[in-house]
Each structure stands twice: as C-alpha cells, then as structure tokens.
Design a binder for this molecule. Sequence first.
Ligand SMILES: NC(=O)c1ccc[n+]([C@@H]2O[C@H](COP(=O)([O-])OP(=O)(O)OC[C@H]3O[C@@H](n4cnc5c(N)ncnc54)[C@H](OP(=O)(O)O)[C@@H]3O)[C@@H](O)[C@H]2O)c1
Length: 327
Amino acid sequence: MRAAVYTKYGPPDVVSIQQVPRPVPGARDVLVRQAASSVTSADARLRAFNLPKPFGIPGRLALGIFGPRKKVLGVEFAGTVEAVGSAVTKFRPGDRVFGIDVFDCHAEYKLVRENECIALMPEKLSFEDAAGVPFGGVTALDFLNRAKIKPGQKVLINGASGCVGAYAVQLARHFGAEVTGVCSASNAGLVRSLGASRVVDYATTDFAREPVAYDLVMDTVGNAPFARCAPVLAPTGALLAVLGAPEDLFRRPKDGRRLIGGTSAERPEDLHLLADLLAAGTIRAVIDRVYPLDQIRDAYAYVDSGRKRGAVVLTIHNLIAAQPKTG
Ligand SMILES: NC(=O)c1ccc[n+]([C@@H]2O[C@H](COP(=O)([O-])OP(=O)(O)OC[C@H]3O[C@@H](n4cnc5c(N)ncnc54)[C@H](OP(=O)(O)O)[C@@H]3O)[C@@H](O)[C@H]2O)c1
C-alpha cells in the first residue's frame, strides 16, 4: 500500500510517498481502508522534531535518537472497515468509522485496536469532515473535562481558530460557558460563528491586561504561561495548558488556582460524545484545506505556517459509494 514515509527529521521534503506492507489485523484489530486523514500540528512537530526544550532528550529516546523509529505519521483516520480480527465484536466490514490513534494514519490502510479511540461515523458526516475532528475535539474535551467546566463560567480560548481552539470554543459553548476567543482579526468571524460571544484580536489587545476574571483560560498557542494569565484568572480559576510554557512545567500554584497540563487522553467515550454532537449539529467540523495524499508536502508546509484554521485534511481512497448522499 502507499504511505507517506519519513526517515529523518526535517522540513516537509523529508516525507515521500512509498510502498509499504499492508497491515494484517490481529484478533482484536480493525483494518480501516482510509478515505481521509489529516496533517495535524502534532504531525508537523514530530516530523521536524520541534518539541519544547525540556522534552528534547526524552523525545529523542521515545521517538528515535538519530531518526524516527515510527516512519509513518498521522493521528486521525476516517474510512470504511475493510476487515476485522476474529475477536472483534463492535465493528464489521463496511462500517464507516473515524478516530484518533497516534502514527500510521498517512497510509491507505490503518490498523486500530477495537477498544481504542475508534467510533462509527455519524450518518451524514463526510469522510473529509470526520478526519478533521478527533485530534482537536478529543484534546479540547479532555482538557475541559479535567477542568470540570460548568455552565455560566467565563472561558477564554487562546488560539481559538486553530484545530484544538475551534473545538474548544464549540464544546465550551455546548457546556454552557460564556466564551471569549483570542485570534487574529481575519479569524474573528469564524470564531464568533463557532460560539464565542467575544473575540480578542491579539495584534491589538493583550487579553491578560483586560479587567476580566476568567474561570478557565485555555492556551493552545504556548504564549500564555501562568504568570501572564494570573491577573485574569478568577480565585478558583484554572489555566489549561494545552501547549504549556516550559517555565510552567513544574509549577504547582498554591493560591487555590489550578494549572492543568500534560498530554490529553484519547478515550473512546469522548469520541462517542463528539460523534453525537456532530450528528445533532451541536458542533461542526472546521476544515481549512484539503490535499490529496500525494501532495502531503504542501499540506505540511501550510501546517508549518502556524496559521491554519481548524484541520488540514488529506484525501486517500475515493470511497464515493460510502459517502453520505447529499441533496
Ligand atoms: N497537550 C496535548 O495533549 C496536546 C494535544 C493536541 C495539541 N497540542 C498542542 O497544541 C498546540 C495547538 O494545536 P493546534 O492543532 O490547535 O494548532 P494549529 O491548528 O496549528 O493552530 C493554528 C492557529 O493558531 C493561531 N495563532 C497563532 N498565533 C497566535 C497568537 N499569538 N494568539 C492566538 N492565536 C494564534 C492561528 O490563528 P491566526 O491565524 O488568527 O493567528 C491559527 O488559527 C500545538 O502546539 C500542539 O502541539 C497539545
């Protein structure tokens, strides 16, 4: 099968389309014939080995010292079930599925354990839309859940037009919060349409100097460490450091406020909730650009700009027969 392979860390041209063996499902595996995947900020980081400084050495040990151990990136998948292992009970061939599973999604076929973060796709969702939701959606949901978000809270999302931010705005709104989004002026309309009642343009206004107290501040940009956010965090507020500042790595606030960081968990139940919210039209996929797998280098170059809105999707197999009927 065809896959986007990289054998050394570096710019987009370290990635090339090559033939690799098609995976064979074990007893508990689901083999997905992929219609679409995506290039996420995480793929771009791993490809370039662009990790925050404190993670340099552990990152090399985990990912490969001289070059990547796992040679196919990609964390989101959407497609149809091609085959299942003998012990699989939740899925069967032909099912339309989507999900998140780190590595090996930039390929024609993807193996996923049936108990991992994989779910049936909502009936009317296209594969392109489905491939752009799990990474941002599951991350945003995990952080908001860990913060125990409540109706009526004031929530600020820094980086509201990015992939995590776009779903964080929608989910925080769904949970009944009053949402402020921070983005550039050109993305203000998008962020409002996702549910933000206020938008702050970071080019003209420093949100951390405004006379407002937020219950939750989510930072997806990495420029809002605890010290900067403290003046606008309510006495029991929390900073959700999706992209934590290095200076906060070992910080444990002692004044009643919380700092929630680390890596988000990928829970099937969170993906099921996202599927339900998509089916109900409560949230929507936010897709910026769509590239064929063959043009993955162009997709990476765009993601590297740091300016994408929501997700950048890759199309892989053309599964027209399995797409929802429109009109
Ligand atoms: N902790 C975890 O488990 C976890 C999980 C997922 C992701 N992450 C990390 O979270 C970060 C965000 O991921 P992502 O996929 O959402 O990134 P992304 O989609 O690449 O973010 C791009 C967005 O960032 C906005 N942006 C750039 N500079 C900004 C600024 N100074 N202020 C406000 N917004 C700004 C851009 O908006 P404008 O064009 O309007 O500037 C653009 O829409 C990544 O670093 C990723 O590695 C962590």
